[in-house]
Design a protein around this ligand. Structure first.
Ligand SMILES: O=C(O)CCC(=O)C(=O)O
Length: 265
């Protein structure tokens, strides 16, 4: 499966301009690298304009859902749609949508873990369902949003349910770049899965975001990595046989002794 990952800068509070930018990037990317799947970052329509979400957020996933669905069909590409601010029944969520190349919505997820350091609790509601496995092109995969990366239990659950690829969509600040990089490596190694991330670059409201979007293989080798401050595209082809091989060489999933593990940690 061929991927193109967009490490983008985001116009704050200008969803129309960001949609135009994403559409132009995708059209160009199809011509240049012809990916099967593209990946966008977190909150890519608005950036972290949390105190103005009433003006800029989607309502019930629109217009983002229609926008991504049309692009997926028109360009014949699977879209891991980053995430967007989304108003549902009067509450704001940080929501992610995945479309396959036929334009079907195959997965949606609301970020479960809200970030105290960004005051997210003041503005957003946390999703009430942990991430679940979905499929694209017959491959089982998962998706988490930014701070979720710090909660290994939800990612382990995805791996136990058969996920071979984990996508992380993010706006991770550069104050904690070492956590961003090392936690991704840890998740890839401990779950023996591909980790694919799209993190924004640029800054907003005195916070600088750290880029370093990554593709890490199930052995923990970094296949490609973005810079810390430039917009760019990571284009890569995955070899899914590698997941099987690593799980055979170091068979952690058969070495587990779950009956000894506490259920509630
Ligand atoms: O966990 C962190 O350090 C950053 C998390 C974050 O920025 C986010 O979830 O948007």
């Amino acid at each position: 499966m061929k991927y193109s990952i967009y490490q983008m800068d985001i116009f704050p509070g200008d969803p129309e301009k960001n949609r135009q930018k994403v559409q132009e990037w995708m059209e160009k990317e199809i011509e240049i690298n012809n990916p099967d799947t593209v990946v966008l970052p977190e909150m890519w329509t608005t950036a972290y304009t949390l105190d103005e979400l009433d003006k800029y957020a989607d309502t019930d996933g629109e217009p983002t859902k229609s926008f991504l669905k049309d692009l997926a069909k028109k360009l014949n590409v699977n879209i891991i749609g980053g995430s967007v601010a989304n108003k549902v029944n009067g509450k704001f969520y940080n929501s992610s949508f995945v479309f396959n190349r036929s334009g079907d919505l195959v997965y949606e997820y609301d970020k479960v873990h809200l970030v105290p350091m960004l005051n997210e609790h003041k503005y957003l509601s946390g999703g009430q369902r942990v991430p679940e496995v979905f499929e694209l092109e017959g491959v089982k995969m998962g998706l988490i949003i930014c701070y979720d990366l710090r909660f290994p239990e939800i990612i382990r659950t995805l791996a136990l349910e058969g996920a071979q690829v984990l996508h992380i969509v993010a706006e991770w600040p550069d104050a904690r770049t070492n956590h961003w990089i090392n936690l991704q490596l840890a998740r890839a190694i401990e779950n023996q899965m591909y980790v694919i991330s799209s993190n924004r670059v640029g800054d907003y409201d005195k916070v600088r975001f750290c880029g370093n979007s990554m593709v890490i293989d199930p052995w923990g080798d970094v296949l490609t990595q973005g810079s810390e401050d430039k917009e760019e595209t990571l284009a890569i082809q995955l070899d899914l046989e590698k997941v099987k091989q690593v799980r055979k060489d170091v068979p952690i999933f058969t070495s587990r002794v779950p009956h000894l593990y506490k259920k509630e940690l």
